[in-house]
Design a protein around this ligand. Structure first.
Ligand code: ASP
Length: 584
């Protein structure tokens, strides 16, 4: 028997028990005639003691132990004189009577403790060692708890988990596909699914009624902290439902997860229309942990000779509580922040509402104190507050103001990771116009249903049509999104034509779906959650990488197994592939 107990289990009440433990040597230290070893396994750390006076031979053996050696010990549980309140086993130690070395280890390339000296690259290269560290392992434990609780919740509500294929066909909409050459069909390619969207809709046509799958999805996009080339969705679809049914059921799932895993009871999720979200926050995924919502002041600024505002389509302000005390340097920093190319504002105007009641601004030349007072009144500013103002084209400026709002929220410590503000953003536009390509794209995806009352607008003002589409947002992160689908083949055909697909192309790409819809498709809809993002929010992580066992780096590489990599000429020949690399 390798062990009677785990390294996280023994307590004061176990004193005097004979036990056997196995695990890894986290560290060993000598203290007079004693050797103390921290023995670690997945469940925790237990202190072992070897005493020179009791067993000199054993002590000699223990002295040779190195970091990360795998050992088995037999001994007796004893109360510790020097207790460690930071770990659950901190009241006891094991007086060792027998030691077996199960395996030796080379010195690990970084220390395997909560705080490590290993840089990111090194830890990724030796990810299997990094995963021994408690903070990393506990993220994966949390992930497991969340998927397990999700499966239970959905199973109790009659959802069936059904696997859909990973080798499918490439579709032109959405992100870039990863493609896989087919050996048996020379010159032809599979694509990896960006999501099981079409399959889950077909499962509804098949009558499965409630489907879910915790499933890998693949998108060949540029990577960021919240994006990986392969990521996991909690993917769901339901028949005979309206938007309201889906919002209720999945708000329920989210509350269930917060309740069972974090012990937090969330209030009902507020709902915000897309247009309100843009107007108030300049974002369709607003961080609602703090206020500082936008105030439009274009009408109050016009006609006073300030050309920048006069020529702007939009003039918007945010009110920074206590911001009047900002120094010149702090204001310059904020100006530099909005002028960075990623944000692209031309400049930043400020109005200081000083605690004494005076109002001073960077545009005093054009506006009287009375003018400025109107602005502060509209923004409900109080003495001591600061207005920050951006102007320009509406959408662009709202986006810039949104970035500024988030930056200030962070600076003011208002984006507390222990607070969770969830909401639904609803009534998304169905279509989005791409000025460069001169065509409409589906804002969500081409299978999303327009709101029935907006269908007549499809022919006249397609840009105005709203969709039965919704996103769940937590703390400024889009954790889930979905829609009620089109279930009528004629409407689906029309949607493809608005998206610029010729009849033949639509038939070639999506013919199977339109055909399926001819055989009694039920009304249906669904949603998908990004599991990685969901877990990172629960764990308060900055990057989704930290809750993925074996993630890719920002160049899409797995540095541990060194992939992607070249393949042999034979493999390429078999696939009829010729590789021509661009000259350096
Ligand atoms: N398949 C969609 C997505 O990946 C989600 C959905 O509409 O259910 O975003």
């Amino acid at each position: 028997m390798y062990r009677t107990n785990t390294c996280g289990e023994l307590r004061l009440s176990d004193t005097n028990q004979k036990v056997v433990l196995s695990g890894w040597v986290q560290k060993a230290r000598k203290f007079g005639g004693m050797i103390f070893v921290d023995l670690r396994d997945r469940y925790g750390i237990t202190q072992l003691v070897f005493n020179q006076d009791i067993n000199a031979q054993l002590c000699e053996k223990a002295e040779k132990l190195g970091r990360e050696w795998v050992i088995q010990v037999e001994g007796t549980v004893a109360e510790r004189s020097n207790k460690n309140p930071n770990i659950p086993t901190g009241d006891i130690e094991i007086i060792v009577s027998e030691l077996t070395v199960l395996n030796v280890s080379e010195t690990p390339p970084f220390t395997i403790e909560n705080e490590t000296d290993g840089g990111d690259d090194l830890r990724m290269k030796y990810r299997y060692l990094d995963l021994r560290r408690t903070p990393v392992r506990s993220n994966l434990e949390l992930r497991h708890q969340m998927t397990f609780a999700t499966r239970t919740y959905l199973n109790e509500r009659k959802f069936m988990e059904i696997e859909t294929p990973v080798l499918i066909g490439s579709t032109p909409e959405g992100a870039r596909d990863f493609i896989v050459p087919s050996r048996m069909n020379p010159g032809e390619f599979y694509a990896l699914p960006q999501s099981p969207q079409l399959f889950k809709q077909l499962l509804m046509v098949s009558g499965f009624d409630r489907y879910f799958q915790i499933v890998k999805c693949y998108r060949d996009e540029d990577l960021r902290a919240d994006r990986q080339p392969e990521f996991t969705q909690i993917d769901c679809e339901m028949s005979f439902v309206e938007q309201e049914d889906i919002l209720n059921l999945f708000e329920g799932l989210t509350r269930h997860l917060f309740q069972t895993i974090k012990g937090i009871d969330l209030p009902a999720f507020p709902r915000l229309s897309y247009s309100e979200a843009m107007k108030l926050y300049g974002s369709d995924k607003p961080d609602t942990r703090f206020g500082m919502t936008f105030v439009e002041i274009k009408d109050l600024t016009a006609g006073k000779g300030f050309g920048v505002f006069d020529s702007a389509e939009y003039v918007g302000a945010i009110c920074v509580p206590g911001g009047a005390a900002y120094t010149r340097k702090q204001l310059d920093e904020l100006t530099d922040f909005v002028k960075r190319p990623q944000i692209g504002a031309g400049g930043l105007i400020y109005v200081r509402y000083e605690t004494g009641g005076n109002i001073k601004s960077s545009v005093d030349k054009f506006y009287s104190p009375e003018d400025l007072q109107q602005w502060t009144e509209r923004a409900e500013a109080r003495p001591g507050d600061l207005l920050l103002i951006l102007s320009g084209k509406t959408e662009k400026t709202q986006k810039q103001l949104s970035e500024l709002r988030l930056e200030l929220g962070a600076r003011l410590g208002l984006r507390n990771k222990d607070r969770f503000n969830c909401l639904w953003v609803i009534d998304f536009p169905l279509l989005e116009y791409d000025e460069e390509l001169n065509r409409y794209f589906a804002k969500h995806h081409p299978f999303t249903s327009p709101k029935p009352e907006d269908i007549p607008l499809l022919d006249t003002r397609p840009g105005m049509v709203r969709a039965n589409a919704y996103d769940m947002v937590i703390n400024g992160v889009e954790v889930g999104g979905g829609s009620i689908r089109i279930h009528n083949s004629e409407l689906q055909k029309k949607m493809f034509s608005i998206l610029g697909f010729g009849e033949a192309q639509a038939q070639a790409q999506f013919g199977f779906l339109m055909n399926a819809f001819k055989y009694g498709a039920p009304p249906h809809g669904g949603i998908a959650f990004g599991l990685d993002r969901f877990v990172s929010i629960f764990a308060g992580l900055d990057s989704i990488r930290d809750c993925i066992a074996f993630p890719k780096n920002n160049s899409g590489r797995d540095v541990m197994i060194d992939a992607p990599a070249t393949v042999s000429q034979e493999q390429l020949d078999e696939l009829h592939l010729k590789i021509e690399l661009p000259e350096e």
